[in-house]
Design a protein around this ligand. Sequence first.
Ligand code: NI
Length: 207
Amino acid sequence: MLSKFHKVLLGVSLGSLLGAGIMYVVLPSAITQPMPQEQAAETSGSALIGGSFTLTNQNGEVVTEQTFLGQNTLVFFGFSMCPDVCPQALNKVTEALNALPAEQQEKITPIFISVDPERDTPEQLKSYLAPLHPRFVGLTGTEEQLASVRAAYRVYAARAPKADAPDGYVVDHSAIVYWMNPNGQFVKFFDSEATAAEITQGLAAGL
Ligand code: NI
C-alpha cells in the first residue's frame, strides 16, 4: 500500500509525464526541445517540417522543393532589411560552411526564404546574398506562396510597425536554420544559440 507521501510523488510523476506528453502533441517537439533519441526526433521531425513549395530564386527562376533534391539544404527565413537577426544568422551559416572541406560544402545549399516579398525582389535578394557564401540561394514569392512555405516549416512571421526602420516597418520572424537531407526530409535544426563551430560540427557529423 502506498503512503500518502508516495501517492503525492506518484501524482507528481504522472503529472510530469502527462504534461510532457501534452507538450509533445501541442508543440512541434523538434522545435521546442530535442527528443531523447535522435531516431525519434528524425521521425517526428520529418513528418512535421518541410514540404512542397513553389517560389522564385534570385535569378528570377521558378523553383520548387524538387529543385533541391539530391542536395542537403539549410533553410532559413528572414528579410534583407532585417537589422540584426538575419545578418547574424546568415554570417554564421557562411562561416560554418567555409570551415568545411570543399567537397562537403558542395553537398549543401543554404537557402534564404524571404518573409518580406514587398521589398525582397529577386534582384534585391541577389545583391543581399552576394557577400555571403557563394552557394546561397535566395527565394521569394507571392504572399500566398510564402505563407504556404512558412506553414510547411512551422515558421512564424509578422509585419510590425517600427518608426525608425526603413519604410516604417520590420518583420518579426523565427530564427531557426533547418537542415533538410537530399530527399527533402528534416534532419535537425540549429537555433540562434548555435555557434558557427557547432553548426560545422553538426553538419560534418551527418554528411
Ligand atoms: Ni531577420
